[in-house]
Design a protein. Sequence first.
Length: 165
Amino acid sequence: MSDGKTHDFITISTSPVIGCLAAQMSATVAVTTTIGYLVGGLLLSPDLDVKSRPWRRWGWLRFIWLPYQKLVPHRSWISHTPIVGTLIQLSYLGAIVLLAATLLGIDVWTIVRVVVDRQQDVGEGNPWSVNCFALITGLCLGSWAHLVADTLSSLGKHKKKKRRP
Ligand SMILES: [Zn+2]
């Protein structure tokens, strides 16, 4: 398994590649995908299932991931499966936000309805849905880069062990 510094380096150094690829669609999609990629690698990482660098970056909000860490064993399929892991984390985060809003008496559904209605006014094929998709794609790719590094690192360690007499 790669360490946190290596994961950070991989995420930051490969983010321009993601931005350039996404720029084929539009500049806005490139920015949104790259932001998603950086957040997916540095903040919403598969390693949120342990007390890791990404977890520490949440600052005083890091406590919200403690139940997740209790429920999800480190490197289990729940946190370390491409796309699924990110979607589970987003669902978990959404549930926490919903719970907090409910406790604070904020009517989230009214806010969501207003935002959705505004987007429908803009018309079909509006950039909002495209950018939403770009953001989630970026988040998943950021997580995927982490998983690839973990896999390559594990394979490297496995080969080293095999070579020993
Ligand atoms: Zn990991």
